[in-house]
Design a protein around this ligand. Structure first.
Ligand code: AMP
Ligand code: MG
Length: 306
């Protein structure tokens, strides 16, 4: 009864979400992966800022000045986000939603927001405007028209939850990727780990029972007047990062890797190294990206599953 490799791919949270598992029978693989994708769908319904009716968006409407109880999953992600926000003095900040919206508008129109619009969006952002109550498992917002955005943390967490779901179905040898976030369970039967092919890195990485996330300014950006503004916001300026940077984080779980990678991209070196010392067992590398003559980054972006 040998283990067979089964691979699936679906879109979740706006990105390709491949899941690779080893199982003894196809039905087991299918059942487990179906449950894993369903779990991610539930999380998307809670945490998406694109869906008007997501738990997150309803919270933004109803929690101004009053406590609103939230699901355990949403509370946990917000709790981790706020912890990291304090540790990074707001470099990582899930209240940047109004600024992310302006960035999306700039990408559509090719124009930066004017000063008054930017000021208004900044006034509605800032992690200190978001309060959490552990005993009530509740959230309160201190300003009107705030927008929470979990784009820098939710995918890693969703990978963690998907892996747990697979384990419930008896599958431990598994790999899940959502965009730049990868979470691995036990190694494949014929290898000491899951081979992750890192673009332009000589070393192929072997991952097992851990996570790898990549964040940076090279994939999603808008170019205005010769300046590239990445989809990651520098909360100090309110605008997308303009430095070309790639942050890679290895951690025990996806939520840590994902959130720290986004934070490290904002912080850059050497502040990212300070963050590394706060989190045991975490490895952070931050590199400046050089562009080749066609404007493509030399040292690539996401890792790929092989
Ligand atoms: P990632 O690809 O994991 O680095 O996440 C990038 C996404 O995180 C963006 O598309 C935004 O949704 C969100 N985001 C942008 N800037 C920040 C920030 N400074 N802190 C936390 N999340 C952010
Ligand atoms: Mg991230």
């Amino acid at each position: 009864m040998g283990l067979q490799r089964y691979a699936f791919n679906q879109i979740r949270m706006g990105v390709d979400t491949p899941i690779v598992v080893y199982a003894e029978r196809e039905e087991q693989a299918v059942r487990a992966c179906r449950a894993a994708y369903a779990r991610i769908t539930t999380l998307e319904e809670r945490m998406s800022d694109y869906r008007a009716e997501s738990e997150l968006n309803l919270l933004c409407q109803h929690a101004v000045g009053r406590w609103v109880k939230v699901s355990p999953e949403l509370f946990y992600v917000l709790w981790r986000a706020q912890t990291l926000a304090r540790q990074t003095e707001g470099a990582f900040d899930v209240t940047v939603g109004p600024l992310v919206r302006l960035w999306r508008e700039a990408r559509r129109t090719g124009k930066l927001p004017d000063a008054a619009t930017l000021r208004d969006a900044k006034a509605r952002s800032g992690y200190r405007l978001l309060e959490l109550s552990l005993p009530r498992r509740a959230v309160r917002l201190k300003a009107e028209r705030m927008q929470l955005d979990l784009g820098g943390i939710a995918k890693g967490y969703a990978c963690d939850c998907a892996l747990r779901e697979l384990r419930k179905h008896g599958i431990t040898r598994a790999l899940i990727q959502m965009g730049g976030d990868i979470v691995a369970g036990d190694a494949p039967p014929d290898s000491p780990g899951w081979k992750i092919d890192l673009p332009n890195s000589r070393n192929e990485l072997l991952l097992k029972n851990g996570a790898l996330s990549t964040s940076g300014s090279t994939e999603q950006y808008v170019e205005i007047n010769g300046v590239r503004y990445a989809h990651i916001i520098d909360p100090r300026t309110g605008l997308g990062l303009t430095k070309l940077i790639l942050a890679r984080v290895r951690a025990r779980d996806g939520i840590t890797a994902d959130s720290l990678a986004t934070a490290a991209a904002v912080l850059g070196e050497p502040d990212a190294q300070r963050l590394e010392r706060l989190y045991k067992g975490v490895q952070i590398t931050v590199s400046q990206v050089r562009l080749n003559h066609s404007g493509q980054p030399w040292n690539g972006s996401h890792g790929r599953l092989t």
